[in-house]
Write a new protein. Sequence first.
Length: 134
Amino acid sequence: MTALVKMETDGATNARVQAVFDDIKHTRKVTWINNFWRVLAAHAPTLERIWANVKQVMSPGALDPLTKEMIYIAVSATNNCEYCIHSHHAAAMKAGMTEEQFAELLAVVGLANETNRLANGYRIPIDEQFKPKT
């Protein structure tokens, strides 16, 4: 697949882009910048905004990093984002996901997508017991 914009290289001439690249490498403890960030660097404000959001949302919190990566894989599979599936599969494996967990995750994703389509197609009314009590 060919990107629709020029991918920026590490050592960018744009100081804003290079600052984000440096922060990505420092935060993730990596030595290279992946293609996602290199493409977003075509528009520095988008690169800065998305990186800030990723740092905030994907950092440890009530959910541990592996759970967050597995959720990301599930959504990426549903949205058919091949790049994100590969990227977050690698991150989840690094965070300790096993191949068995990955297979089970995809089974749940497939089941959820199937039953969601059935529920939406049939327009099934929501049970009162499922609604939050106010």
